[in-house]
Design a protein around this ligand. Structure first.
Ligand code: S3P
Length: 443
């Protein structure tokens, strides 16, 4: 479903100390992958903790359109009856991936090596985003691609009838590109190899191994190399989706910036390929304790205990960018409340997310009295410990921009507004009530 409802403006104002437990939703990346791999397996996959955000619901609908049976049994509890590797059928209608770059890119990979034809579309934000980064490698398998000018959606894919294995070096650090290639490689005889310069989130590799694929990853002088043997018989699994560290970042940030706060965020994934924000926050002086570390659903998780503390500005090295790529908008909010300068390096990819996130954050922070500098691939925030506020930020159909400015308002001198809270539904449908239960004042 594309986001087409009327814009819903919202405001956020100074509040008292936040307290309580924040049960954030299931991980978005893992939720997409559980549905897709469930659909490509033989048997019934049971998923608990699935994120029921619009992005993931669109992927569930797409898997049905390709022939899998996807059933909701209760909150977060779903089953997928798969059609097996190579078992997808041509869908009757167009596949609308809404706002989701992960959904469309992974599904385009998954269908590229099966001889079916499918047309993909999305909302205004997704239709602006670059897709050649995925269609170029999947064309190497033998798929035929027709795209709108500039390689944009809508895109039609005719999957390869006789796919050939591919070795591909990703031009930018991107788990979506890597995952699209690996999913395409499933229905190919022989070895598919992806080489990335920096390791990116490894949920696809972990889950493919869990579903029975022969996959290995090694760090060599050449880079991070992932090798997949094609044509495995994937077997249905039980997947317990851990809570999303990228969603957890919003209540965590709120507790860090509102004096006197103390909150708990249970069961959050601590996958090292997703952990960059938490490493950075500890360097800034944040008071975060990781309690009860354990493994759930093949991923390391912990319960977070977060207390307000004075923070200082830091420099985030470019090598860390991939492990916190979705967290820079909220880090720039936290940095506004820190003392001193925070420099975020190696963040050029932020310009091609749901919005140009460097531009969206810089304009919105400046309007609210925060001094920001940007280059093509860096953002610098000059924190003074307090934020004047008083302005409405433009969210550009981007859920993380919307949530970031809602958090900015919680300790600002004057209320902060956003032009549209609608996009929050893509990844964190419960964001507003959850934050209000902690003590946030939204209007
Ligand atoms: C994702 C990968 C990242 C991230 C996105 C989810 C994934 O995108 O920004 O929200 O699930 O693979 P890129 O691979 O484009 O960096």
């Amino acid at each position: 479903m594309s986001h087409s409802a009327e814009p819903r403006p919202m405001t956020s104002g100074k509040c008292g100390p936040l307290s309580g437990e924040a049960q954030v939703p299931g991980d978005k990346s893992i939720s997409h992958r559980a549905l897709i791999l469930g659909a490509m397996s033989v048997g019934q996959t049971r998923i608990t903790g699935l994120l029921e955000g619009q992005d993931v619901l669109d992927t569930a609908k797409a898997m049905e359109a390709f022939g899998a049976t996807v059933t909701r049994h209760g909150p977060g509890s779903w089953t997928v009856d798969g059609v097996g590797v190579g078992g997808f059928a041509s869908p009757e209608g167009v596949i609308d991936c809404g706002n989701s770059g992960t959904g469309v890119r992974l599904i385009m990979g998954a269908v590229a090596t099966t001889p079916i034809t499918a047309t993909f579309t999305g909302d205004a934000s997704l239709s602006r985003r670059p897709m050649a980064r995925v269609t170029d490698p999947i064309a190497e398998f033998g798929a035929r691609i027709t795209a709108r000018e500039g390689g944009r959606l809508p895109i039609t894919i005719e999957g390869a009838a006789d796919p050939v294995p591919v070795t591909y070096r990703t031009p930018v650090a991107s788990a979506q590109i890597k995952s699209a290639i690996l999913l395409a490689g499933l229905n190919v005889p022989g070895e598919t190899v992806v080489i990335e310069s920096e390791p990116t989130r490894d949920h696809s590799e972990r889950m493919l191994a869990g579903f029975g694929a022969d996959i290995r990853a090694e760090t060599t002088a050449d880079g991070h190399v992932i090798t997949l043997q094609g044509r495995p018989e994937l077997r249905a699994q039980n997947v317990a989706v851990p809570r999303d560290p990228s969603s957890a970042a919003f209540p965590v940030a709120a507790a860090l910036i509102v004096p006197g706060s103390e909150i708990r965020v249970p069961g959050v994934s601590r996958n090292p390929t997703r952990d960059g924000l938490y490493v950075t926050l500890l360097e800034m002086g944040a008071d975060i304790t990781f309690e009860n570390p354990r493994e759930e659903g093949g991923e390391p998780v912990a319960d977070l205990l977060v207390r307000h503390a004075p923070l200082k500005g830091v420099t985030v090295p470019a090598e860390r960018a991939a492990s916190m790529i979705d967290e820079f908008p909220i880090l720039s909010v936290i940095a506004s409340y820190a003392q001193g300068t925070t420099v975020m390096n190696g963040v050029a990819e932020l310009r091609v997310k749901e919005s140009d996130r460097i531009d969206a954050m810089a304009r919105g922070l400046e309007a609210n009295g925060v001094k920001v500098e940007e280059t093509k691939d860096s953002m610098t925030v000059h924190g003074t410990g307090s934020v004047p506020g008083g302005a409405q930020a433009v969210t550009h159909l981007d859920h993380r921009i919307a949530m970031s400015f809602m958090v900015l308002g919680l300790n600002a001198e004057n209320a902060v507004g956003i032009d549209d809270a609608g996009p929050i539904m893509t990844s964190f449908p419960d964001f507003v009530p959850l934050m209000e239960r902690l003590g946030a004042s939204f209007g």
